[in-house]
Design a protein around this ligand. Structure first.
Ligand SMILES: O=P(O)(O)OC[C@H]1O[C@](O)(CO)[C@@H](O)[C@@H]1O
Length: 541
């Protein structure tokens, strides 16, 4: 008999488990194993994960854990935390975890640890100064508004957390984010702002991002049209960057430049000085608490056994659904208006990290991370959920439900929770044609039309989901939640065999964007493909 590799044998056993599990409806899995809800859950305060509604059995879970062990997931995790250059295509360590008070877990050298702490304190002292108005604008007025110019990782995290933590504001400062290159947005934003009381932050790790540069130039022109004095720029312009010299060359004072480092990837940078605009809203304590929440998840990730490790289990469940059940979409549905921007944040985190097609050796891989999207509940129920209930496409689903809502509106919160959990139930249970028929008869329909209508009202159900109950929208909890997803994405990168920390795919669009810009400026379209030429001619710039 030919020998098969360990990997192949693990794969075969998982294929077998998938076949077994798919013979049964989720409701039958619950009948067979009534304790699923107690068995398939993890409680890692402040997050409770229920995965009992997933099409999983013990054989699948054991097979997945064996796969994680075979892929040396724990050593890969340790390599990240100890600062190995795991981002091998850029020869960089990946140490965003070192930014969140988890020195004990990270083996960064003493000099780097001191620099991280010093930078954080500098940033938070600055935040204190702006909030308590010991730092003032050029004309002696306090700062009321901030324009934060940045895109991608220099935008999504602070913006998303700021809206999630609106209730935890520590200041009355309004932060306006300028990410996209849309003149209409700048015009409206600037029209409403007074440069005397506005602080302008340029957040760009690389200091080369075209959108950020163009926006920074436009805002600088506006600012200089009011104050051309260099001292005014010194007091109103801030840079968050790994390229301090370039920021200085742009005119920003070194006192107002807050660095980050190569070992912090853009989409992992909200914990760094990139979080400054957020800190101006939630204050020192709020920001420290965010870091502490993330650190608590780091500790759990480093210490919990694989089968009780929330990021690991979340990654394995997703891997299982994708590779063995054939799903390729992950829908994230936060039942919270405050978390409305979470899907967009997670899109960059997951898809920029795991949207790759080769492994570390450069060999083609069969699977990469999922297509991630979503929207806040209950709004999503009135748009795309219909497709999940009755359409032919299936998706993985993460429901995220805060246990506490606004105390002034208890009925709203109750309805929110009820709807989130009801959607998970509906996806699992579905409705048989017989059930639909019986309901129609009970409502007075005659038999012929009930039989016809029942077919349209039936839904298969049997769609699994994770439900994550988070205690409330607090900085600590959200720190833990984001760290959970970061580590999940990391684990899936290890399972797929890819480097989650580079993003070469983004580069081609940037290059072509530049070529097109110069074709537009020189009006020479001759080198462009016929479709692009025709489009530009039609737009007639
Ligand atoms: O902070 P920077 O260097 O301006 O980059 C912004 C974003 O651009 C990207 O390189 C590509 O979108 C992201 O990884 C990054 O978060």
């Amino acid at each position: 008999m030919p020998q098969i590799s360990i990997e192949q044998s693990l794969h075969n056993s998982l294929l077998n488990a998938a076949q077994e599990v798919q013979k049964l409806h989720l409701l039958e899995l619950f009948q067979l194993q009534p304790t699923r809800a107690e068995t398939y859950r993890l409680d890692v305060s402040p997050i409770y994960l229920d995965y009992s509604k997933q099409a999983l059995n013990q054989q699948a879970i054991e097979g997945l854990i064996a796969l994680a062990e075979h892929k040396n997931l724990a050593s890969a995790r340790d390599a990240m935390f100890q600062g190995d250059a795991i981002n091998h295509t850029e020869q960089r360590a990946v140490l965003h975890t070192a930014l969140r008070n988890s020195e004990r877990l990270n083996k960064v050298d003493a000099h780097t640890a001191a620099e991280i702490e010093h930078t954080k304190q500098r940033m938070l002292n600055f935040v204190d100064g702006i909030i308590n108005q010991s730092l003032l604008g050029f004309t002696g007025k306090g700062i009321t508004d901030v324009i934060s110019i940045g895109i991608g990782g220099s935008f999504f995290g602070p913006k998303m957390l700021q809206s999630a933590l609106e209730e935890q504001r520590a200041s009355a400062i309004n932060v306006h984010y300028l990410a996209n290159i849309d003149g209409a947005q700048i015009k409206h934003m600037l029209k409403a702002l007074n440069p005397e009381t506005t602080l302008i932050i340029v957040a760009s790790k690389s200091w080369t991002t075209a959108e950020t540069q163009l926006n920074a130039d436009a805002v600088m022109t506006w600012f200089k049209s009011h104050f051309s004095d260099q001292q005014a720029i010194k007091q109103h312009w801030v840079a968050l960057t790994a390229k301090p010299q370039q920021a200085q060359a742009f005119g920003i004072s070194s006192d107002y430049i807050f660095p980050l480092w190569d070992f912090v990837g853009g989409r992992y940078s909200v914990w760094s000085t990139i979080g400054l605009p957020l800190a101006l809203s939630i204050g020192r304590e709020g920001f420290e608490s965010l870091l502490a929440g993330a650190a608590s998840m780091d500790k759990h990730f480093c210490e919990a056994p694989l089968n009780a490790n929330m990021p690991v289990m979340l990654a394995l469940i997703g891997y299982w659904q994708q590779v063995y059940l054939g799903y390729n979409n992950l829908m994230v549905l936060p039942y919270s208006h405050g978390l409305k921007a979470l899907p967009a944040y997670l899109q960059q985190l997951d898809m920029e990290s795991n949207g790759k097609s080769v492994n570390a050796l450069g060999d083609e891989i069969a699977n990469s991370g999922p297509i991630l999207w979503g929207a806040e509940g209950t709004n999503c129920q009135h748009s795309f959920m219909q497709l999940l209930h009755q359409g032919k496409q299936k998706a993985m689903v993460d429901f995220i439900v805060p246990a506490k809502g606004d105390p002034h509106y208890p009925a709203h919160h109750n309805m929110m929770v009820a709807n989130g959990l009801a959607q998970a139930q509906a996806l699992m249970q579905g409705k048989t044609t017989q059930q639909a028929f019986d309901e129609l008869i009970a409502s007075g329909e005659d038999e012929t039309s009930a039989a016809a209508l029942a077919k349209h009202k039936a839904m298969p159900g049997n769609t699994g989901s994770n439900t994550l109950i988070i205690d409330a929208l607090s900085p600590f909890t959200l720190g833990a939640l984001l760290a959970l997803y970061e580590h999940k994405v990391f684990c899936q990168g290890v399972l797929f065999g890819i480097n989650s920390f580079d993003q070469w795919g983004v580069e081609l669009g940037k290059q072509l964007g530049k070529t097109l810009m110069s074709a537009i400026e020189t009006q020479d379209l001759s080198q462009l493909d016929p479709s692009t030429q025709a489009l530009l001619k039609h737009i007639n710039l």
